[in-house]
Design a protein around this ligand. Structure first.
Ligand code: ADE
Ligand code: ZN
Length: 327
């Protein structure tokens, strides 16, 4: 089997995907029209998916989020996203969603949850794909809003809701102020992860681990600027949810084939890297394609792709018994 076919076929787990960033382009246009959201002019909507940095990307991400309003809308985007993951070879998906981006436009949290959870159940029955939900707090909103967010998550908690994340603009919003939020989430038995080292420095990776106590790091690329932290994370077996295509739009590592690309350096340094798709249609990709890019552009061999896929089992928040069965 050639490496590209292998990359497509290998069974996968998706650990870093944002529901709103995974809305199909046609669905985005349809929902925006139905819900009266004005869009800039375009011939093909993917012309809007054109960004040079994280803040620019997040503006379009918020526009997509605004177009998702009813429980049926949430059901549709969740079902379609999980269906695309299944087509990429995913067996399990742990995905983020940005409640505040909808609450800002009058949508209630129970409305969102009812559509999302129903679609998760439907896909499990239709495609044998398990999934879990990670509500994520926008770091731009600060700690006080974060504590309100956690109260809301706990009030409406179900078995599918397994943890919390921290995302949005990293550079001006470091992790340390969110210590109490993450302590309370841990006390409540929720898993914890945070975006760090994507648009911010290696220090954000260190502080997310040391101060927030996260169990995995989303992205983490700037760790390569701090060899001591690399050594510590290798020693501790820290898991990183890396997203190759995202790096070409939001980071300084634009060329996936460069020998000093951060993900290549992280793998070469022996870190526990997993491969994920982040906001797949918005970066014109899907999970299978991310594995293909690792093979064809980053020149990972079959053993390295397999190691990344196996890392995802260990990094997931599946029950230990399920993890054992899958390895
Ligand atoms: N939300 C969606 N994608 C994101 C990313 N790559 N970084 C931060 N927040 C995000
Ligand atoms: Zn992300």
């Amino acid at each position: 089997m050639d490496i590209e076919t292998f990359a497509r076929k290998i069974p996968k787990i998706e650990l870093h995907l944002h529901l709103e960033g995974a809305v199909r382009p046609g669905t985005f246009v349809d929902l925006a029209r139905r819900n009266g959201v004005a869009l800039p002019a375009f011939d093909d909507v993917t012309e809007l998916y054109n960004y040079d940095n994280l803040p620019d990307f997040l503006k379009i991400y918020d526009l997509v989020s605004r177009s998702i309003v009813t429980a049926d809308d949430f059901h549709r985007i969740t079902y379609e996203m999980l269906e695309s993951c299944a087509e990429s070879g995913a067996r399990h998906v742990e995905f983020f969603f940005s409640a505040h981006a909808h609450q800002a436009h009058g949508v209630t949290y129970p409305t969102m949850l009812s559509g999302i959870l129903a679609a998760m159940h439907d896909i499990e029955a239709d495609k044998d794909l398990s999934s879990r939900l990670i509500p994520a707090h926008s770091r731009e909103l600060g700690l006080k809003r974060g504590l309100d967010f956690l109260d809301m998550v706990l009030e409406h908690r179900t078995d599918e809701i397994i943890g919390i994340g921290l995302d949005y603009n990293e550079a001006p919003f470091p992790p340390a102020p969110f210590q109490v939020l993450f302590e309370r989430a841990a006390e409540a038995g929720l898993h914890r992860t945070a975006h760090a080292g994507e648009g911010g420095p290696a220090e954000n990776v260190r502080d997310s681990l040391a101060i927030l106590g996260v169990e995995r790091i989303d992205h983490g690329y700037h760790i390569v600027d701090d060899p001591e932290l690399v050594a510590a994370c290798r020693e501790q077996g820290t898991f990183f949810t890396c997203c190759p295509s995202t790096t070409t739009g939001t980071t300084i590592w634009r060329d996936l084939s460069a020998p000093d690309h951060a993900i290549r350096q992280m793998i070469d340094a022996g870190l526990n890297v997993t491969i994920n798709s982040d906001d797949p249609p918005m970066f014109l990709t899907d999970l299978a394609n991310e594995f293909v890019l690792c093979a064809t552009r980053m020149k990972l061999d079959a053993d390295q792709l397999k190691t990344c896929a196996l890392n995802s089992i260990d990094a997931s928040w599946l029950d230990d018994g399920v993890k054992r069965d899958w390895k």
